[in-house]
Ligand binder design. Structure first.
Ligand code: NAP
Length: 288
């Protein structure tokens, strides 16, 4: 029997509904939730992402503003802006659009964001809290991945979980969160000698690489849960373009128990997690 498709859009709608209700409660109590996003150097992709984000925030009752800075802004100027936002009580959450211009180091800049206001969970302190098992705010895509796995009802504790792709923002945090949930975690990366050897024994397989067709039916175990984070634009034989993940969806779905589609899986849940984190930042701020 083909896999059950994990409906990320439907799950995301639920998360957004809950977030909206709580945002309304906070607003009614005189504690509005406000997210400021910083965009250094304007790109078409950055602006499009920012406008989608603004729309999602407004729909959840979160006020949002975008702070565009010129591409040549120095580290000291960006740092000054972030310090101001950290100290501004009406700003309950801060996020930084990536990529930054080449003269700015993303980690150094993220390090400056107050961990409580860090809605993307990218400050090293927040990653550290995940390591210590006291998660404050986790990176959105990693958190989305855990929620999607949980939605299947499959037990994470004790499961063989394999993560393919080891970036700081996606693969590594996913591996950490799975380890926090007591899965036995293998993190595969570019230097992994025999990828199949690992993926074939995964009860839970998470793929975050950015290579269409990387994971075929041969790579997966029957009955596994597959979370496909990859996003790739491919050109079909008839010349049309299509967005696909890293997993050969049609072939793999015949073999596994649960699979996320691309689009409609991790993507919408990641946006929902950003809203959830924005709310969490505001709530954490109240405890100070
Ligand atoms: P990234 O920074 O490029 O990281 C990709 C990782 O995969 C790197 O660790 C890379 O290693 C590794 N890798 C490359 N080829 C590999 C292979 N053949 N086998 C195993 N590992 C390999 O990308 P990212 O930011 O983590 O994103 C990964 C994918 O997820 C992209 O397609 C991105 O668009 C997508 N994404 C989706 C969402 C969403 O909301 N759905 C959110 C974030 C990202 P090296 O660096 O050593 O080459």
């Amino acid at each position: 029997m083909p896999a059950t498709i994990i409906d990320g859009a439907a799950l995301a709608a639920e998360v957004k509904r809950d977030a909206k209700r709580r945002v309304q409660e906070l607003t009614a109590a005189g504690r509005p939730v406000h997210l400021t996003a910083i965009l250094v150097g304007s790109t078409a992709a950055g602006e499009l992402y920012a406008s989608r984000q603004a729309e999602a925030c407004r729909a959840a009752g979160i006020s949002y503003d975008l702070l565009p800075l010129p591409a040549e802004t120095s580290f000291a100027e960006v740092a000054g802006t972030i310090r101001c936002l950290n100290n501004e009580p009406s700003v309950t959450g801060i996020m930084l659009h990536l990529p930054l211009p080449p003269h700015l180091d993303a980690t150094e800049v993220q390090y400056l964001i107050d961990p409580v206001k860090d809605v993307e969970g990218v400050n090293p302190a927040n990653i550290g809290y995940v390591v210590y098992g006291h998660t404050l705010i986790a990176p959105c895509t990693a958190q989305a991945t855990i929620e999607l796995i949980r939605s299947t009802g499959v037990t994470i504790r004790g499961a063989e979980a394999v993560v393919v792709g080891a970036s700081e923002i996606v693969g590594k945090p996913v591996a950490l969160l799975l380890a926090e949930q007591m899965a036995t975690v293998t993190l595969c990366h570019i230097a992994t000698r025999d990828l199949k050897l690992h993926t074939q024994r995964a009860d839970i397989l998470v793929v975050a690489v950015g290579k269409a067709g990387l994971i075929t039916a041969d790579h997966v175990k029957e009955g596994a849960v597959i979370i496909d984070i990859g996003i790739n634009r491919v050109t079909l034989p008839d010349g049309t373009k299509k967005t696909v993940g890293d997993v050969d969806f049609e072939a793999v779905r015949q073999k596994v128990a649960y699979i996320t589609p691309v689009p409609g899986g991790v993507g919408p849940m990641t946006v929902a997690m950003l809203l959830k984190n924005t709310l969490r930042s505001a709530e954490l701020g109240l405890k100070r």
